[in-house]
Design a protein around this ligand. Structure first.
Ligand SMILES: [Mg+2]
Length: 303
């Protein structure tokens, strides 16, 4: 199995105090290319995991996110003289309060949920217990810890109070890399399996980008949202069914007329009390029509 360092993107790898959808504004933070190179040298896979709620707010598109990621990958490769140093980018464009309806939902990939890390582990055969998550937000720590990784918080020595304290804090990215390499030294040359580079998600320039958070991921991390969707669909069905039942129905019209006929036949039967044979005939007719009426109502229920 592979070991990975999961990397938050904004203010971990690049400067971004707002919604960044323009690749020309990408700025790598100090020491990021060398740090990433050192981690790859040590045998780690490098996987970016980033929430991109700006898509959900309509600030930029998923294509913009891809363009920014291509730019980050290119700048890192350019600075290090390597090729495809960052293995993959995962991002989550969804937000529960999105302005764009298509993106308005909670999603198991959205940090602090660990969905992106779990998906990457499945996609790339990652040993999460031997991996790290580096980020500048408590949600990064929660996502990393939930996935079973050790975590590095980038920020002040005393991180903000969080339900999920980091494994360690570091003032910046190079310090985080130093810590990871100190705790888990580089593999001796020739040991371990080389990172597999072939990746069906990355045709073209070869950097295997994961296109986006799949809209309907088929995995167990999606079980709860999927259940919620199913319940919502069921509710819609019931609502639709009620509306349908409130609508005009030919069966019910026939049943109503049948019921009137039953009353008429019964009344005629009562007028023939003097003749038991006629009374029996009228009442038999009433019973048969009543049975037909019930059958019509049952057909209406099933339809
Ligand atoms: Mg961040």
């Amino acid at each position: 199995m592979e070991c990975a360092v999961f990397l938050d993107r904004d203010n971990t790898l690049i400067a971004n105090d707002g919604d960044l959808g323009d690749p020309d504004r990408v700025q790598l933070l100090r020491g990021v290319p060398d740090g990433l190179h050192a981690l790859r040298q040590a045998g780690y896979r490098l996987i970016v995991v980033t929430n991109q709620g700006g898509v959900a707010r309509g600030r930029f598109t998923e294509d913009d996110v891809d363009a920014v990621h291509q730019r980050i990958a290119a700048l890192v490769d350019q600075a290090t003289g390597q090729s495809d140093l960052i293995n993959r980018f995962y991002y989550c464009p969804y937000h529960p309060k999105a302005t764009l309806e298509d993106y308005r939902r909670d999603h198991p990939w959205r940090k602090p949920s660990p969905g992106m890390l779990l998906q990457a582990a499945r996609d790339m055969n990652i040993d999460l217990g031997q991996s790290w998550m580096v980020g500048d937000q408590p949600r990064d720590m929660t996502a990393g810890r939930s996935a079973g990784c050790r975590t590095v918080y980038l920020g002040p020595a005393t991180p903000p109070a969080s339900e999920t304290p980091p494994t360690v804090t570091a003032p910046d990215f190079p310090a985080a890399v130093q810590h990871i390499l100190r705790v888990t030294p580089p593999r001796p040359a020739g040991s371990g399996s080389p990172p597999p580079e072939a990746d069906p998600a990355g045709p073209g320039r070869g950097n295997p980008m994961t296109r986006h958070a799949t809209r309907m991921p088929v995995d167990d991390t999606d079980a709860l949202p999927r259940l919620a969707r199913n319940v919502a669909e069921l509710t819609d069905l019931v609502r639709h069914d009620r509306a349908r039942r409130a609508e005009f129905s030919g069966y019910r019209l026939a049943a109503g007329m049948g019921q009137l006929l039953v009353l008429l036949l019964a009344a005629l039967g009562l007028t023939q009390l003097g003749s038991s044979e006629l009374f029996f005939q009228w009442m038999t007719g009433a019973v048969l029509v009543q049975l037909a009426t019930i059958a019509l109502l049952l057909l209406d229920q099933r339809g």
